[in-house]
Design a binder for this molecule. Structure first.
Ligand code: CTP
Ligand code: MG
Length: 230
């Protein structure tokens, strides 16, 4: 399985002066934890990391001590996550028939989750890891008034990995570019193109590290895992 890791953001909501993926989590850059999980997954055989060229020296420095036995390629990302994944799709090796896309910011995803997504992709053309939402979700208008409360039973929080047939995702990205669609995950492009996307059970701990409290939670969970494996 080929894996693309979008890592070309800046981390505005983290309020940090550098890419949040380079922030220290238990003594290592956040992105190292994400890459280590992918390296430990049995099914991943090639990794492409989308980044901004000014971050490449830092990416190379964090990759070196991991001594990856799998090819790891740095690819120039774009201005949005969507553009970064578009670039990644162009850079995939020709033999790639399926691809997993996993946010660099989700450093708590386990190797098992990657492998379950790979397995499930043998039975469909598009999937995402997801979990039922815990909060009651409100639809709110621009003036701050609630307009609707959707039934929570039908609501799922989208995570990554997301997995796709390469030709199909490329076609949906092309269409999205032509039509000017702006989306925050790849499944949304398939949905807009009328393609089915399946849910794979995600992980409760598979947070997207977005604000400072998420960093503290990630350190706690990774610390617990290290203690268990010691
Ligand atoms: N990402 C990317 N290219 C971009 C923007 C985001 O590859 N132009 C990546 C991020 O590095 C991250 C993932 O997409 O791993 C999910 O995005 P998000 O959590 O929103 O990260 P940032 O965009 O960096 O954060 P923020 O939105 O707070 O600025
Ligand atoms: Mg963002």
């Amino acid at each position: 399985m080929h894996l693309l890791i979008p890592a070309a953001g800046s981390g505005k909501r983290m309020g940090s002066s550098q890419n949040k993926l380079l922030l220290n989590v238990l003594g290592q850059p956040l992105l190292s934890w994400t890459v280590k999980a992918a390296l430990a997954s049995q099914s991943i055989e090639w990794i492409g990391i989308l980044g901004q060229p000014y971050d490449f020296p830092a990416f190379e420095a964090l990759l070196a001590p991991l001594h990856s036995p799998k090819p790891v390629q740095l690819i120039t990302g774009g201005e949005t996550r969507q553009q970064s994944v578009f670039n990644g799709m162009q850079a995939l090796p020709q033999q790639a028939k399926f691809v997993l896309i996993h946010d660099g910011a989700r450093c708590l995803a386990t190797p098992d989750l990657f492998d379950r997504c790979t397995e499930a992709l043998q039975h469909c053309q598009g999937l995402i890891a997801a979990m039922p939402v815990k909060d009651t979700i409100k639809i709110v208008n621009a003036d701050g008034w609630i307009t609707d409360t959707p039934d929570r039973q039908n609501l799922w929080g989208a995570q990554t990995p997301q997995g796709f047939d390469v030709a199909l995702l490329k076609a949906c990205h092309e269409k999205g570019k032509q039509e000017g669609w702006e989306v925050t995950d790849d499944a949304a492009l398939l949905e807009k193109c009328g393609q089915s996307v399946k849910i794979v059970p995600g992980e409760d701990t598979n947070l997207k590290i977005t604000t400072p409290v998420d960093l503290a939670i990630a350190e706690f969970i990774l610390g617990q895992r290290l203690a268990k494996s010691a």
